[in-house]
Design a protein around this ligand. Structure first.
Ligand SMILES: [Cu+2]
Length: 190
């Protein structure tokens, strides 16, 4: 069953995308932004990772047959660069281009550990309707998950996400990105 959190996340992203159509400004969607805005616990950004590419920052080409387009898988659906290194106390700015969703898993989690059976796939609410069972929703060892990016977004997980040394798996939860194009990378915390 899809988690309500993922549903809320997708719904929030959809609302954001719709709002973006009316107003050009797209606010970064960072959990903990309120707390940081209050002046507490600002985490320095140690690296930037991009999910997808800026030249794919338009989804007009996906509007027709969006589901079929998404399922086809594309070579650009990758993480750039594949590995970044940060220090403890830092976080990562994830620039995400349409359409991806970033999930961070605890050190020790390997790509093959992520479960992809029907019990661990969730629906995605999109501007084109509901896409059934397309989002990887395996909460085991998962530390943080971003909204779906229907526009270019920058998502910065809370500094507590990377609070110990190790190699963190970061992946796109769209199953047809994670599997055929291996859309995942690594954050090394030293
Ligand atoms: Cu993706």
């Amino acid at each position: 069953m899809p988690s309500s959190a993922l549903r809320r996340s997708a719904a929030a992203a959809a609302a954001l995308a719709l709002a973006a159509c009316a107003a050009p400004a797209v606010a970064p969607t960072a959990p903990g932004a309120r707390r940081r805005a209050a002046g507490a616990g600002i985490a320095p950004i140690g690296a930037t990772m991009r999910f997808g590419r800026p030249d794919m920052n338009a989804f007009a080409h996906m509007a027709q047959n969006a589901m079929a387009h998404a399922q086809a898988g594309h070579a650009v659906d990758r993480v750039y660069p594949g590995t970044v290194v940060i220090a403890r106390g830092q976080t990562v700015a994830f620039e995400s281009f349409p359409v991806h969703q970033v999930a961070v898993y605890a050190p020790g989690t390997r790509p093959e550990d992520v479960r992809l059976d029907a019990e661990h796939l969730a629906d995605a609410e999109t501007p084109w309707g509901t896409f059934p069972d397309v989002l990887i929703d395996d909460p085991a060892s998962r530390l943080a998950v971003s909204p779906l990016s229907f526009e270019r977004i920058t998502w910065t997980p809370d500094a507590a996400t990377f609070d110990r040394p190790g190699r963190y798996l970061v992946l796109c939860t769209l199953v047809f990105h994670f599997v055929p194009t291996r859309m995942y990378g690594w954050v090394e915390v030293r």
